[in-house]
Structure formats: structure tokens, C-alpha cells
Design a protein around this ligand. Structure first.
Ligand code: ZN
Length: 423
């Protein structure tokens, strides 16, 4: 699937260090494991309500990591999926009377525009579930052949429906190095609660373990379905990311990322599928971005309290100020958006652009300072404060910034302070 246009990325002299990133499974700050290639997988959107500030904060966190890894001298191979067929998308399409394909296409377009405006480096592979359908179905068949999957009866008195295919977690624990709780360290009670809240079906009769996730759902009347070796139907959520990830990357990859609400079941189940399909652990590291709240509640579709990037831009916000507003919060913190965030970021942007207008051939050394802060678990708030301090210091000494400082802010923080206001 087409992604979006890449921002200009200045090459800085020298290299930053290997970043240390907080790893959810171990609960520790750890240096990333990178071979010749840094392989990143970040779970993408379900395109029915793009792009609220919670999404933007997550993709910006991993954009910062992408920039840090490139600056450290690594080639980066970044994969992001689009869950362009799923229950919430179909529900929204039914509610609004819009064809699910049209809804997905329009929301993906909106997302691309938002990512481009925020100067997010596009992934190397931007893959929709629908375009990966044959591979996902083949993986379901393989899991069935290898004893990792079983059928659950779906027929009722009123409808003749084929069985649904489920993944057997106990078999995965027996035959692979993966185990339940490996990514999340959650207790079973927590897993059961989160499974019910986040698209699972722990109450469904006929499953061997209430936590066993759906692999393939048989066709239901009125729902889209695809022909496949495991019957006409459509895939469950977690197998999609496993198959797309395994196709474009080679496990174990450097880092799997996403919002905090993906820790379980999504990342746990995807890792289980991947281990069963490939025989190796999926990822060296799992990273999770905090959630953004509004008016004291998590920003989410079901609560209807979303602030959209496209709306802020349409209302006149400079996308650079939106980027600065998000970077001002550490990516792992859970925080609450208020209009003051954007006002403060706009003031900061004005101070930075005024300062950049006096650029010289000098060098205040911001490059090394920003590299050090960002290599320390992407500490963007400290990096922003360092730029503020450099401005104050240089002003007091009657110095302007150097072009080298401006390039470092652009390359590492993704904010082009020398540009005219975009759009
Ligand atoms: Zn995913």
C-alpha cells in the first residue's frame, strides 16, 4: 500500500550512540539489539477514526526512534500495517451507511496527510491486511496442520455458519519458547479482563482456554469474506501482524512498538503466532507509548473524546507546533491534552524560529546534546529544554545559532525551524 512522502532528513556529521529503550517484558532500560539492520514493527491504525492525538503521539515516538537509529548509522527497515478489515471498522461502516472499503480508504488518506504534515518518516513497508489476505490464510492453514489450531463450532439454531479457527495457547507454550505473559508480565486475571475489553472473547463456549485468540472467522451473512484454504471468512486481529511482520522482517527483530493498550492481548498473541510459525522468538524488545487523555479520560473512539490532527491543522495550527506539543511529553507517560499544550508549543516554536532567523556558520553544539538525550529512552522533553536553554544562553552572549544546530533540530526532532510556515 502507498505510504506517504518522506520529509527531508539532513545527514549530520558523526553518529549518535546506540539508544537505550525501556523494554516492557523486562521492565528495564536496555540497549537495542541491532545487527546490520534495525528492524522495527509498529502496529498501525484501524482506519475508521484517524488520526487522533493518541495515535499521533505513538507514531511520533517511533519516528523519533527511527531518526535516532538512522543518526546512529544504522539502516532501518520499518514495517507498519493497516488493519483495514476488522469488527470496529465494519460496525462504524454499518452505523454510518458508508461502504467499509470507502470508509477505510478515506481514513487511510487522512492518516497519510497527518503523518506527512507531522513530518513522520514513512515506513519502508506499509501493508494493509486486505492485500496480505492470501498469506494470512496460508499461515492459518499451516498452524492448523502443525497442531497449533482447532475449530470451534459457530452454528446456532437460527444460522448455519461454518466453524471458527482458534489458536491453542497451551500447544504454543509446549512447542515453542514463547509463554503466556512473556511480553506483558500480567497475571491471568488481568489477562482475562483485558481480553474481554480489547476484542477477545473469553466467554465463548467451546474454546480450550478462554484466552485462546481467534485466527480465522467463518463468513457471516452481511460481512465481507475471502476464499481461503481454511474456508471463506476473514482473519483475527493478531495473526495479521504476525504474518505481515514475518513476511517483511526476519525474527527476532529489533523492536516491536505500539500504544500501551497493545501490550496484551495483541502483542502477546502476535508473538505466540509468530513463534509457532517460525520457531523463533519474534522480537528482542517490546516498547509501548503512553496513552493520551482528554478531560480526564483516555482518548478513545468509544468515548467520543477525540482531538484530531487534521482538525487542529484545519483550525490553523502549525504542524510543527503540534509536533512540539507532543514531544513535550515523554513518550512513555500517560498524559492529558489541553489547549494549553498547543499554545505553549506555538510560543516555543515562535521563539525557535525567531532565533533561527539569525543563523550563522557557528555551532553551539546542540547536536551532541540532542543525541545524548534522545539515546536515553527518547527523552524528548529534555531535548526540547536543551534547545530552550541554548537559545537563552546564546542570546545572553549575543550569538545566533549555527546552521549545524538548526540541522540537528531538524534531523533529530523533526522540526524545521528554518522553514517558512508550511502550507
Ligand atoms: Zn499489530
Amino acid at each position: 500500500m502507498r505510504s506517504w512522502n518522506a520529509p527531508a532528513l539532513p545527514n549530520l556529521p558523526g553518529h549518535g550512540g546506540l539508544p537505550r529503550i525501556f523494554d516492557t517484558p523486562t521492565g528495564e532500560l536496555r540497549p537495542l539489539v541491532v545487527g546490520d539492520l534495525a528492524q522495527l514493527y509498529v502496529c498501525g491504525i484501524t482506519p475508521y477514526d484517524a488520526t487522533h492525538l493518541g495515535h499521533a503521539a505513538t507514531y511520533l515516538a517511533y519516528d523519533t526512534l527511527n531518526r535516532v537509529l538512522r543518526d546512529a548509522g544504522f539502516r532501518v527497515d520499518y514495517v507498519q500495517n493497516v488493519t483495514d478489515i476488522d469488527d470496529p471498522l465494519l460496525e462504524r461502516a454499518n452505523e454510518t451507511g458508508v461502504d467499509w472499503r470507502d470508509l477505510a480508504a478515506s481514513q487511510i488518506d487522512l492518516y497519510r496527510g497527518d503523518m506527512e504534515a507531522l513530518r513522520i518518516i514513512p515506513p519502508e513497508h506499509y501493508i494493509g491486511v486486505v492485500e496480505a489476505m492470501d498469506e494470512i490464510a496460508a499461515a492459518c492453514q499451516k498452524l492448523l496442520d502443525d497442531g497449533y489450531a482447532y475449530w470451534v463450532d459457530s452454528s446456532t439454531d437460527s444460522a448455519d455458519v461454518g466453524p471458527d479457527l482458534y489458536f491453542d495457547l497451551a500447544v504454543a507454550e509446549e512447542l515453542t519458547t514463547w509463554y503466556l505473559g512473556q511480553e506483558s508480565r500480567y497475571e491471568r486475571d488481568t489477562m482475562l479482563r483485558l481480553s474481554a475489553e480489547r476484542g477477545g472473547d473469553p466467554e465463548r463456549p467451546g474454546k480450550r482456554d478462554p484466552l485462546d485468540p481467534l485466527l480465522w472467522r467463518s463468513e457471516r451473512e452481511g460481512e465481507p469474506a475471502w476464499d481461503s484454504p481454511v474456508g471463506r471468512g476473514r482473519p483475527g486481529w493478531h495473526i495479521e501482524c504476525s504474518v505481515i511482520g514475518d513476511h517483511y522482517l526476519t525474527a527476532p527483530i529489533t523492536l516491536t512498538g505500539g500504544g500501551l493498550d497493545l501490550v496484551f492481548p495483541h502483542h502477546g498473541m502476535s508473538a505466540a503466532h509468530s513463534a509457532a510459525l517460525t520457531g523463533v522468538d519474534w522480537s528482542h524488545s517490546y516498547s509501548h507509548a503512553g496513552l493520551v487523555a482528554l478531560d480526564g479520560e483516555k482518548m478513545s473512539k468509544s468515548r467520543g473524546n477525540l482531538v484530531f490532527v487534521s482538525r487542529l491543522i484545519a483550525d490553523g495550527a502549525d504542524p510543527r507546533a503540534i509536533r512540539l506539543a507532543l514531544l513535550a511529553h515523554h513518550y512513555r507517560s500517560n498524559w492529558e491534552w489541553t489547549r494549553h499544550d498547543l499554545e505553549a508549543a506555538q510560543r516555543r516554536l515562535t521563539a525557535w524560529t525567531d532565533w533561527a532567523a539569525d543563523a550563522t556558520d557557528g555551532d553551539l553544539g546542540l547536536r551532541d546534546t540532542l543525541r545524548a538525550h534522545l539515546a536515553n529512552d527518547l527523552d524528548a522533553p529534555a531535548a526540547l529544554a536543551a534547545v530552550d536553554a541554548a537559545i537563552e544562553e546564546s542570546r545572553s552572549r549575543g550569538l545566533g545559532p549555527g546552521h549545524a544546530d538548526i540541522a540537528a533540530i531538524d534531523a533529530l526532532l523533526g522540526v524545521d525551524v528554518a522553514a517558512e510556515r508550511p502550507l
